[in-house]
Design a protein around this ligand. Structure first.
Ligand SMILES: *Cc1c(COP(=O)(O)O)cnc(C)c1O
Length: 372
C-alpha cells in the first residue's frame, strides 16, 4: 500500500496560493465617492458612442433563445477581409481580456515567468498569476516600453512577454523598428503577445508592423478589441491572430459560446462602418492635440502631458498641484478621470479624450487649480 499525502483538514476550500496572491482588476469608476453620476473619462470609451449601424444590428440580432454561432464565422470572415488575414488564423474572445488570459494559460504555468514593462496594462500581472506563473516587471524608459530592458528581463524560465502598443495607461508607443528588435531578440519558444487595443488610433504611417509579425512569425500573437475605437465596450468582443498553431491552442480553451448573439451582430455591423472609425480617429487626434497643448502651457506649474498615440493622455504632476488634488478638483467639476496610485503612478492622472466641450472644461479646471 502506498501512503498518500493527505492535507490537514480545513473548514473551507483552500484557493491555490497564486490565485490568492492576485489583486483584482480595478475598473474605471463612473461615480464619485458619494455615488453621484459623473462624466466618465476613466475607461477610454469612445465619446462618439458607436456606429448607428451597430445600434440597429443589436436590435435585430436574432433569436435570443438560441445559442450563438460558436465560431463567429461571419465576424471572423469580415475581419479577415478587412485586415487581409485568413479567418482560420483569427480567434474571438469575450473582450481581448479573455484572450490575454488564455495566452498566459496556454503557454505558461507554475515555475515559468511572464514578462511585461512597468506601467503596462494592469491585466498582465493578473494573467501571469492566474496560470501560476511568476510576473516579472521590466523597467520603463520615461514611462514607455524599453526594448533593451524587456530583453534583459528574459531568463530561461520566460514563456510569455506582454507588450501593449500603444500602451495603457501611458499612451506610449514602440515603433516598427523597436518591435522588430524586440521580436528578433526573443527565443522562438517565447510567446510575444502584442496587445493592440488602441491600434486604430495610430495613423497608418506609424503602423508598428505587429500584424505583419503575427502573419509571418510562429511566436507572435496580436490582440485587438471592439471596446475602444468601435465603441462596443459593453458587448465584450475581442480577437487575436497569429500562427495557426497558436490560434488552435486558444480555440481549445476558450468558452465554446464566448461571443454573444448581439456581440457578434453589433461587431459585424460596426466593422462595416469604417467611416465611423475614421471619424473617431480624426476626433481623437484633433482633441488630443488641443488637450496636450493646453497641458503643455501649464508646464511651469509642473504639469506634463506624456506623448500619446491612444485615446487618452497621462498627465504627470510635479508642482504644487498634486495628481490627487487635480483628480478631486475634476470630480467637483463633474468629471471622473483615472488616478493611478494602485499602479505605482500616484503622481499621474489618466484622462480619456472626450468631446471638445468636455476637454475645454477639463483644461480650464486644471489651469485654475494649477494657478491657485
Ligand atoms: C482596454 C484595453 C483592452 C481591451 O479590453 P477588452 O477586454 O477588449 O474590453 C486590452 N488591452 C489594453 C491595453 C486596454 O487598454
Amino acid at each position: 500500500m502506498t501512503t498518500q499525502h493527505i492535507p490537514p483538514p480545513t473548514d473551507r476550500p483552500r484557493p491555490k496560493p497564486w490565485i490568492a496572491a492576485i489583486d483584482a482588476y480595478v475598473p474605471g469608476k463612473s461615480t464619485g465617492d458619494d455615488g453621484k453620476a459623473l462624466i466618465k473619462l476613466s475607461a477610454n470609451e469612445n465619446p462618439l458612442g458607436t456606429s448607428a449601424a451597430a445600434r440597429v444590428a443589436r436590435a435585430d440580432a436574432g433569436d435570443q433563445a438560441r445559442y450563438p454561432d460558436p465560431d463567429s464565422v461571419a465576424l471572423r470572415t469580415a475581419l479577415g477581409r478587412l485586415h487581409g488575414i485568413a479567418p482560420a488564423r483569427i480567434v474571438m474572445g469575450t473582450g481581448s481580456d479573455e484572450l490575454l488570459h488564455l495566452a498566459g494559460q496556454a503557454f505558461a504555468g507554475p515555475g515559468d515567468q511572464v514578462v511585461y514593462v512597468r506601467y503596462g496594462f494592469s491585466v498582465y500581472p493578473i494573467a501571469a498569476r492566474r496560470c501560476g506563473a511568476e510576473p516579472v516587471v521590466a523597467p520603463d524608459a520615461d514611462y514607455g516600453t524599453d526594448v533593451d530592458a524587456l530583453l534583459a528581463a528574459v531568463t530561461p524560465a520566460t514563456r510569455v512577454v506582454f507588450v501593449a502598443n500603444p500602451n495603457n495607461p501611458t499612451g506610449s508607443y514602440a515603433d516598427r523598428n523597436a518591435l522588430a528588435r524586440l521580436h528578433a531578440g526573443l527565443r522562438r519558444d517565447i510567446l510575444l503577445v502584442i496587445d493592440q487595443a488602441y491600434a486604430e488610433y495610430v495613423p497608418a504611417s506609424d503602423d508598428d508592423g505587429a500584424l505583419d509579425l503575427a502573419a509571418t512569425a510562429s511566436n507572435v500573437l496580436v490582440t485587438r478589441t471592439f471596446s475602444k475605437i468601435y465603441g462596443l465596450a459593453g458587448e465584450r468582443v475581442g480577437w487575436a491572430t497569429g500562427d495557426a498553431a497558436l490560434v488552435d491552442m486558444l480555440n481549445r480553451i476558450r468558452g465554446p459560446f464566448n461571443l454573444s448573439l448581439s456581440g457578434q451582430a453589433t461587431a459585424l455591423a460596426a466593422l462595416g462602418d469604417q467611416h465611423f472609425v475614421a471619424q473617431s480617429r480624426d476626433h481623437n487626434s484633433r482633441e488630443r492635440a488641443r488637450f496636450v497643448a493646453a497641458i503643455t502651457a501649464l508646464g511651469n506649474h509642473g504639469l506634463r502631458a506624456l506623448p500619446s498615440q491612444a485615446n487618452f493622455v497621462l498627465i504627470e504632476f510635479s508642482g504644487t498641484l498634486t495628481a490627487e488634488a487635480a483628480y478631486r478638483g475634476l470630480i467637483a467639476q463633474g468629471f471622473i478621470t483615472r488616478w493611478l496610485p494602485g499602479q505605482g503612478l500616484p503622481h499621474c492622472l489618466r484622462v480619456t479624450i472626450g468631446t471638445a466641450e468636455q476637454m475645454d472644461t477639463i483644461a480650464a479646471t486644471l489651469s485654475r487649480l494649477a494657478r491657485a
